[in-house]
Design a protein around this ligand. Structure first.
Ligand SMILES: Cc1ncc(COP(=O)(O)O)c(C=O)c1O
Length: 373
C-alpha cells in the first residue's frame, strides 16, 4: 500500500475528497505567465477595495511599538470601538480574523456531523466549505431566475436537522439583496439565521438593529470591502448576547492580531474618507454596468455590492477569464449548474474599467464567429 493510501485511512473519511476553496490568484504567482509585468496586473477577482485602506492605518502601523505583545483575547477595546459603528452594545459583538472565520465558528457552535445548513444558491462558496468542514450537510435552495431568495422554498427545506440558515445580502456573486420582510419571514421560523452583510456599506441596508431583539438573528460584517483591510483579516459579527458569549469561548484566543486592532481603531476615526471611496466605487459600478451592457455578448446583472455578475452569451466564461488573465486582468468565472458561463468582475478605479472594457472589446472582435450558447 502506498504511503498516501496509508495516511488517507487515518484522515476523516468525509474529508478525503474535500475539494477546498478556489481562492483568488495572488499576482506574484502569475509572474512570467501573463503578458504584463506583475505590478501592472489589474486585480478584479476578489472584491477588494482598489483605493486601499485609510492613510491613517498606514501611519499608525509604521510607528506601532507593540508587535511583540499578544493582542487582547477579550477584544475589549475593539468591541467597545465597534459599539457605536454597529449600533449594538459590546456584549453582542465578537470579532475574528476576517468574517470567514466567524462563519466557521458559528457553524462549529451549532452544527454536528449529520446536521443540515440551508444555503440559497448560487451564493458565497465558503458557506458550503465550512458546513462540510464540520461534517454538516449543505441543503441548497435554488434562487429564482433573478437570483432572489425563495422564502417559501427556504421554509419548506427546514427539517428537524436544520441548525442554521445562511443568507448573504448583498449576495456574492449575484449582487442581489434580500428584502427586509423576507429576512423577517425567515427569522419567524425560529431557526438560527446568519445574515451576512459583508457588503453592507455599499447598500446602507441592515438588520443589525434587530440583534438582541431576535433570539435567532446573527449579522456578519467585515472591514475587507469598505475599509480596504482584506489583507489584515478583520471581521466581526453581531449576536444575541448568549451566542456572543459562546463564540468568545470557542474562538482561538488571539485570532485578531495587533495590526488589525490598530487598523480598526484608525479606520473608525476616518469613516468619512472611507465612505468617500465607497461612493466612488458605487459610481464606478454604475459606469461599468453601462459599459458592459454595450458589449451585447455579456449580460450584466444589477448589483448592490462592489462587483458585477455577467452571463457570457457568446463563448465560454472559462476561456474569457483566461484571455483576460493573459492580458493581465483578473476576474472570477463560474460554471456550475445554477451559474452557467458567468464571470464576476470587481469594481476597480476608472482606469481599471477603461483597461477592462478595451480588453473585452478586443476579445469580442475575435468572438464574431462564436456560437451563442
Ligand atoms: C458574502 C461574503 N461574506 C464573507 C466574505 C469574507 O470576507 P472576509 O473574510 O474577508 O471578512 C466575503 C468575501 O468575499 C463575502 O463575499
Amino acid at each position: 500500500m502506498s504511503e498516501e493510501a496509508g495516511i488517507e485511512k487515518l484522515i476523516r473519511s468525509d474529508l478525503v475528497n474535500f475539494g477546498g476553496y478556489a481562492a483568488s490568484k495572488s499576482p506574484e504567482t502569475l509572474a512570467g505567465k501573463v503578458e504584463v509585468p506583475v505590478e501592472n496586473i489589474i486585480k478584479l477577482d476578489a472584491n477588494e477595495n482598489p483605493y486601499g485602506c485609510s492613510p491613517r492605518v498606514n501611519q499608525a502601523l509604521a510607528n506601532y511599538p507593540d508587535m511583540n505583545i499578544y493582542p487582547d483575547a477579550g477584544q475589549t477595546e475593539l468591541r467597545k470601538q465597534l459599539q457605536e459603528y454597529a449600533g449594538v452594545g459590546m456584549e453582542h459583538i465578537v470579532a475574528s480574523a476576517g468574517s470567514d472565520q466567524l462563519i466557521d465558528l458559528i457553524l462549529r457552535l451549532f452544527v454536528a456531523p449529520g446536521d443540515e445548513v440551508i444555503n440559497c444558491v448560487p451564493t458565497f462558496a465558503m458557506f458550503r466549505f465550512f458546513t462540510e468542514l464540520c461534517g454538516g450537510t449543505p441543503v441548497e435552495v435554488p434562487r429564482d431566475e433573478n437570483f432572489a431568495v425563495k422564502v417559501d422554498a427556504v421554509k419548506a427545506a427546514i427539517t428537524k436537522k436544520t441548525k442554521v440558515i445562511l443568507l448573504a445580502t448583498p449576495n456574492n456573486p449575484t449582487g442581489t439583496i434580500i428584502p427586509r420582510q423576507d429576512i423577517l419571514d425567515i427569522l419567524d421560523t425560529g431557526v438560527p439565521v446568519l445574515v451576512d452583510e459583508a457588503y453592507y456599506e455599499f447598500t446602507g441596508e441592515t438588520v443589525a438593529p434587530l440583534v438582541g431583539q431576535c433570539e435567532n438573528l446573527m449579522v456578519l460584517r467585515t472591514f475587507s470591502k469598505w475599509a480596504g483591510l482584506a489583507g489584515l483579516r478583520i471581521g466581526y459579527g453581531l449576536f444575541p448576547a448568549k451566542i456572543a458569549d459562546y463564540l468568545l469561548r470557542i474562538k482561538e484566543p488571539y485570532c485578531v492580531n495587533q495590526a488589525a486592532l490598530v487598523a480598526v481603531r484608525e479606520s473608525l476615526k476616518d469613516i468619512d474618507y472611507l465612505m468617500g471611496t465607497v461612493k466612488a466605487i458605487i459610481a464606478e459600478r454604475e459606469r461599468l454596468f453601462a459599459e458592459l451592457q454595450k458589449l451585447k455578448w455579456l449580460k450584466p446583472y444589477p448589483s448592490w455590492a462592489n462587483f458585477i455578475l455577467c452571463s457570457v452569451l457568446k463563448g465560454k466564461a472559462r476561456e474569457l477569464q483566461q484571455e483576460l488573465q493573459n492580458k493581465g486582468i483578473l476576474v472570477r468565472y463560474f460554471d456550475q449548474p445554477l451559474l452557467r458561463d458567468s464571470i464576476r468582475i470587481s469594481v476597480g478605479k476608472p482606469e481599471h474599467t477603461g483597461a477592462l472594457i478595451k480588453a473585452l472589446q478586443e476579445i469580442g472582435r475575435g468572438l464574431k464567429g462564436a456560437k451563442p450558447l
